[in-house]
Design a protein around this ligand. Sequence first.
Ligand SMILES: Cc1cc2nc3c(=O)[nH]c(=O)nc-3n(C[C@H](O)[C@H](O)[C@H](O)COP(=O)(O)OP(=O)(O)OC[C@H]3O[C@@H](n4cnc5c(N)ncnc54)[C@H](O)[C@@H]3O)c2cc1C
Ligand SMILES: *[C@@H]1O[C@H](CO)[C@@H](O)[C@H](O)[C@H]1NC(C)=O
Ligand SMILES: *[C@@H]1O[C@H](CO)[C@@H](O)[C@H](O)[C@H]1NC(C)=O
Ligand SMILES: *[C@@H]1O[C@H](CO)[C@@H](O)[C@H](O)[C@H]1NC(C)=O
Ligand SMILES: *[C@@H]1O[C@H](CO)[C@@H](O)[C@H](O)[C@H]1NC(C)=O
Length: 583
Amino acid sequence: MRLSSTTVLFLFCTFSTHFSLAHKEKHQTCRNVPGSAGYPKAVAWSKLNATIGGRLVNVVPTAKYCASLPSGACTDAQWTSALFRSMIPGSMTDNNWEQGYDLTPPSLCLRNATICGQGNVPIFSVEAQSAADIQAAVKFASCNNLRLIVKSSGHDVLGRSTAPYSLLIHTAGLQNILMTDEFFVGTRNMGPAVTIGSGVHTQTLYQETKANGKIVVAPTAATVCPAGGYVQGAGHSALSPLFGLAADNVLEFHIVVASGELLQVNSISHPDLFYALRGGGAGSWGVIFSATFRTFPTFDEAFSVIEIAASSNAAMGALAAVHAHHIFDLEPVRAGQYFYVFAGTPNTTALTLQLLTHIANTTAAQAAVLLAPFRNAALALPDVSLVAEEYVVQNVNDALFKADDAAGNDMVVGSRLIPASVLRERPDTVGKVYEQLLDAGALQCVRPTGLHITTCRNLNDPTGQVAANTDILSAVHPAWRTAKTHLLTGNFWTDQTPLAEIDVLRRNFQTTQLPIMEQLSGKNGAAYSNEADVNEPHFQTTFFGPNYAKLTRIKAKYDPDDLFIVAAGVGSERWDEWGLCIV
Ligand SMILES: Cc1cc2nc3c(=O)[nH]c(=O)nc-3n(C[C@H](O)[C@H](O)[C@H](O)COP(=O)(O)OP(=O)(O)OC[C@H]3O[C@@H](n4cnc5c(N)ncnc54)[C@H](O)[C@@H]3O)c2cc1C
Ligand SMILES: *[C@@H]1O[C@H](CO)[C@@H](O)[C@H](O)[C@H]1NC(C)=O
Ligand SMILES: *[C@@H]1O[C@H](CO)[C@@H](O)[C@H](O)[C@H]1NC(C)=O
Ligand SMILES: *[C@@H]1O[C@H](CO)[C@@H](O)[C@H](O)[C@H]1NC(C)=O
Ligand SMILES: *[C@@H]1O[C@H](CO)[C@@H](O)[C@H](O)[C@H]1NC(C)=O
């Protein structure tokens, strides 16, 4: 794959008169879909296909893809593998996003089903191998007034990388990785950095940087694409207390914008777009070809797992309060910590709290000493018991490496960033909130594959360098700089769940869980746009805070015709749920 520096548009509209027509139409009505007069004919699609070297493919939902395999079905291992799904153009990590629950009539494609609708899945995909492929697809979508969607891994928990009747640009094939010791922005040497294609998986990035003695700010995940949606949302990491957010560490993008131009975007070239791409929300700005991230020397870390079972919701609440009391203990060493409450796994009736802690340049013995105040206070509580405790020293790249991510579930999430001041001043309220969330039944669910379910998730990374980075001029919601944890709940269902019940579960965060969380976040709290409820009624402020007006102006400049619309993204208030018609 080569980076084409051309900004010349080489694909002109197949039917030249349609450009101005479509252009006018889309402000009045809808995108062209199969059956509408302006929808491209087969010959136009063939022409596009020829332009991009035959990389135009028909897209089908995962279940239909599985049925087309020689075996006639996917194994459980395939169905639940994010790695497997990331190779299938129509596949989302969470299967529910492929379903057209809200279409009339609903259009579903469930596992092993004999009848399969196209649902919420695109019709065609451009399997991009170059910037030129992306440019051709963008121009084609623009000329023909098509619904356009962009996907790298399909991990999105808001379903923003799939849409019905759409043309998909799939960037999974963009796998370039280039390490350098001196990355220049203009004449300024920014030091060591890595440039990655937007299809590079996190696991690959950790392996490659390790081989070069480096580490980057990236997720704890296997297939999430750091240069895809992750960085555009903000990008938190176990390393954020040390180094800040991913958006704080990105130095440059190459991106194809709605005009079809490939732009170099950094602090001096298109700085307004650089601002937007760092926190202004995934999928709203163009198609990222590559992104360059600052790298740091790799190091060893102490990694600790502590699991404690609680025999009641009240006991788990008490445990959460003790955790909140001690959450500041690890600040001096800038540890990153994931804090999960698991409920309803097949083999356990008890609730389990799992703490995963990463501490740089620390021995196992030192880590045990650092965690002891929390551990001892927790185990002194009634109705709790220690399930597991481990401290190991590992290379940080290895510690963050994941072989695969869980997939194939039906789930939605909701979340709030919790200010540090709240944890400091009202740790007991934190405990009550956990207890009430558990009592509200939000966390009672069984994952059919027998895997643990991430229910409540706290990540006490927004400390240290995240808080220190307030001077960075980017679209990262300022709430990140004063937050201490990211509290997230999930609502799950299965193929057997009746549609009416699914409807309730999709709204459950707003109706049931958010009012409980608001005891911590307040009524106008902020949420992380990449791990949140797609139905946030005031997403403009919840996700983007005071930055929304500026983001709206940048959107108008680079995407005046709203080619890049995602649910709960900048400009989406002008469009219906599917991004098909102006409301
Ligand atoms: C298992 C798992 C672990 C996670 N861990 C973390 C974590 O540690 N930290 C964290 O901050 N988040 C984490 N996330 C959330 C993650 O940041 C989001 O799911 C993110 O949207 C994934 O980006 P993606 O490009 O891989 O996904 P996709 O579903 O492919 O895309 C997500 C969004 O980005 C857009 N997009 C994708 N590719 C491009 C591109 N090339 N150009 C322009 N837009 C593009 C899509 O249109 C969509 O809007 C995790 C998610 C999962 C499922
Ligand atoms: C695009 O062209 C390739 C190679 O000629 C072909 O295999 C493929 O089926 C075409 N795609 C579509 C959607 O027709
Ligand atoms: C689907 O079929 C596969 C292969 O026959 C089987 O292993 C799996 O259990 C089936 N799953 C469901 C949900 O029917
Ligand atoms: C780890 O220790 C090494 C050697 O002292 C040092 O160079 C490096 O900056 C440290 N890294 C972190 C993240 O503390
Ligand atoms: C449940 O218990 C069985 C038998 O001990 C074990 O094989 C399985 O891995 C357990 N499942 C979980 C999710 O712990």
